[in-house]
Design a binder for this molecule. Structure first.
Ligand SMILES: [Zn+2]
Length: 117
């Protein structure tokens, strides 16, 4: 294995500046630069995937907290097999779009503030 390939695998290959990429170079250097670029893109993609997974976990936890505390009480809640539904307001906290859930909860909050006639 060449020294450059070892650097690519170890992630220690220096990045190639954009102006350098257009310059004429021997084939091996171009391949090395292309590999380094692919490696950097892969790292970025992996970091994005990890951030997405973290956001999914955060969203699932927040949805669960809202489901448990949204004001209908716990007697109407259905949570078997990971479901998060409420039998009183009929909101599906697992599958519902967050904007729809927010709209419904905002309306429920306003309704509770109106004094009985
Ligand atoms: Zn409810």
């Amino acid at each position: 294995m060449s020294e450059e390939l070892k650097q690519v695998e170890a992630g220690t290959l220096p990045t190639v500046a954009a102006e350098e990429r257009g310059a004429a170079r021997p084939h091996g250097e171009e391949m090395t630069a292309a590999l380094a670029e692919i490696q950097l893109e892969s790292v970025g993609f992996l970091e994005s995937l990890m951030e997405l997974e973290s956001l999914r976990e955060e969203s699932a936890w927040l949805r669960q907290q809202v489901w448990l505390t949204h004001g209908c009480g716990i007697t109407g809640l259905y949570g078997d097999d990971g479901e998060m539904q409420c039998g009183r307001c009929l909101i599906d906290f697992k599958r519902g779009h967050w904007e729809d859930i927010k709209k419904r909860l905002d309306q429920m909050g306003r309704d509770r503030m109106v004094p009985p006639a």
